[in-house]
Design a protein around this ligand. Structure first.
Ligand code: C2E
Ligand code: MG
Ligand code: MG
Ligand code: MG
Length: 286
């Protein structure tokens, strides 16, 4: 069992069950019910500028509160959501809950920077994404400048999906920030990035994790930071877990970081508490 899967955590797929279409069909039905029964909720993880420690964003991450199995991580069910045609439904729910939280924070006078929402490839392809963002921004009174859409780098690799670009360009023109998630794990060439409607890159946590042991990884991180600076776009470095990683990154520039060192993903109320404290004092010593 992998490290990510706690002993008592339910796993839907054992390796030898991956191709079992019956298991998958059952999970799909369960997920449909879960949407009906409002069993999905969000946790939130702050992003802070590594120099000023100001909160620059907060990422919304979906969880499934299963009636019997407890909290289920997205890695367990997103692949089925993607394949089953449920992605636009769940995506709409996630956007709505995220922007609703953002409105509550604004009303409480808490500056969270931007609310970051992960956008799935099928939702992007559905033709509904723009409408879902617009409706939710309207409902909750959130300006586009307060919103980031995180899209996977891989979304751009398939050029038959050029409709993706059109949708993202429309979001971008509205003022919604577009960030490429897990950057460095796909194969988008660096020159390709200059043609995309994007405001930032999220450096994948595999680089952060290996950076101190593997000089090549550190070179990539350095190059990405320089690339972003020369393109005048932002950087968020994912998966910062240790002071040593933080110290190294700090030598590389001025950008945002996200990871367990700053905060774990937290339920809404805990996030609100964290942000109130962050507004007052320093939460870790430089
Ligand atoms: P992601 O967007 O790259 O999100 C970062 C993941 O890394 C999250 O896992 C987060 O809990 C985890 N993480 C954050 N800091 C650290 C750290 O310091 N160390 C380690 N080891 N992990 C860290 P999570 O919540 O399980 O989400 C996994 C992936 O599922 C996300 O990767 C994203 O691609 C997808 N996902 C999550 N929520 C949503 C959603 O609402 N919609 C869509 N379409 N995808 C989502
Ligand atoms: Mg993300
Ligand atoms: Mg990521
Ligand atoms: Mg990831």
């Amino acid at each position: 069992q992998s490290k990510e899967n706690g002993k008592d955590r339910y796993t839907f797929f054992k390796p030898d069950m991956r191709a079992d279409s019956e298991t998958e069909a059952r999970l799909e039905r369960e997920l449909q019910d879960a949407i009906q029964n409002d069993e999905f909720f969000l946790v939130f993880q702050p992003q802070v500028n590594l120099r000023t420690q100001a909160v620059t964003g907060v990422e919304a991450l979906v969880r499934w509160q299963h009636p019997e199995r407890g909290t289920v991580s997205p890695g367990e069910f997103l692949p089925v959501i993607e394949k089953s045609g449920l992605a636009p439904l769940l995506g709409e729910i996630v956007i709505d809950k995220a922007l609703s939280a953002a409105r509550d924070w604004l009303e409480a006078g808490l500056d969270f920077g931007r609310i970051s929402v992960n956008v799935s490839p099928s939702h992007l392809a559905s033709g509904k994404l723009l409408d879902h963002f617009n409706t939710s921004m309207d409902t909750h009174g959130i300006a586009p400048e307060r919103v980031t859409a995180e899209v996977l780098e891989s979304v751009f690799l398939n050029d038959t999906r050029s409709g993706h670009l059109t949708t993202l360009k429309k979001l971008y023109d509205l003022g919604v920030h577009i960030e490429l998630d897990d950057f460095g794990t796909g194969y988008a060439s660096l020159s390709h990035v200059t043609d995309l409607p994007i405001n930032g890159l999220k450096i994948d946590r595999s680089f952060t994790r290996q950076m101190l042991q593997d000089p090549k990884k550190e070179i990539v991180v350095n190059q990405l930071i320089h690339l972003a600076r020369s393109l005048n776009i932002g950087i968020v470095c994912e998966g910062v877990e240790t002071e040593a990683q933080y110290d190294r990154l700090r030598m590389m520039g001025d950008f945002s970081i996200q990871g367990y060192l700053i905060a774990r993903p937290m339920p809404f109320k805990e996030t609100t508490g964290w942000m109130s404290e962050a507004a007052d004092d320093l939460y870790f010593v430089i």
